[in-house]
Design a protein around this ligand. Structure first.
Ligand code: COA
Length: 197
């Protein structure tokens, strides 16, 4: 936690500040989610345009269960990533990563940066494997997770119903934390090398 707030540089040279969500972020988060285009919101697990949903997140903030990092540009939230973990049971070694970036900030590397933050948290928590879930129609999201090292592990037929009631195949992408560690350190070394030359 001592590493936050963290300032990151995006591909277009602009900067964003990352920090964990706090109770006072409800209105800003609501504004962020309400600004998302419908196609990016349609598949989020909960109705994030409902103030009650966001208020409940704030009331129940527990970084050990759900670690949420927000990306700010100025006062506005432009990205949100969460790492969900179970404390007990069969899947206590698994973390689920969710990430959403404002349309105007996509393709600038922010999604990758936020997913890496979740990965570092997973590493700190000693998790073994990470999972991300998305409908098979979210090709951009699949590509973004693939770029960082996730692989498609399963497809559950008609397993997801969007907020409009349409059914979609659910893609489950996973990565072992150890493998991801190697991939991310390789990528970071490449980025440092190309920035220096
Ligand atoms: C998934 C998401 C978070 C990615 O955020 P992002 O900030 O655009 O990601 P990045 O800029 O780091 O992209 C990394 C790479 O992923 C791929 N990618 C990302 N979006 C893409 C798109 N729409 N089409 C094709 N490739 C895409 C590209 O290879 C990209 O690298 P490049 O821009 O150098 O070519 C964003 O698209 C989003 O918010 N989608 C809606 C919510 C969602 O579906 N979340 C996933 C389920 S949790």
């Amino acid at each position: 936690m001592e590493t936050y707030p963290k300032i990151v540089r995006l591909k277009d040279g602009s900067k964003a500040t990352l920090r964990p969500m706090v109770e006072g972020d409800v209105q800003k988060l609501l504004a962020f989610f309400r600004r998302l285009p419908e196609e990016d919101r349609l598949f989020l697990k909960e109705d994030v345009t409902d103030e009650k949903v966001i208020q409940q997140w704030a009331d129940q903030l527990d970084y050990e269960k759900v670690f949420a990092v927000l990306a700010f540009v100025g006062d506005d939230i432009v990205g949100d990533a969460t790492l969900h973990t179970d404390h007990r049971g069969w899947t206590r070694h698994i973390g689920e990563v969710r990430c959403v970036v404002a349309k105007e900030y996509q393709r600038k590397g922010l999604g990758t940066t936020l997913i890496r933050e979740m990965f570092h948290r997973a590493l700190q928590k000693g998790l073994h494997k990470l999972r991300a879930q998305m409908p098979d129609t979210q090709l951009g999201a699949m590509k973004a997770f693939q770029t960082i090292g996730f692989k498609k592990e399963a497809v559950l037929k008609e397993h997801m119903m969007d907020t409009k009631g349409n059914k979609h195949d659910l893609v489950i992408m996973t990565n072992l934390v150890d493998e991801l560690w190697r991939k991310i350190t390789d990528q970071m070394m490449e980025e440092t090398f190309s920035a220096e030359h």
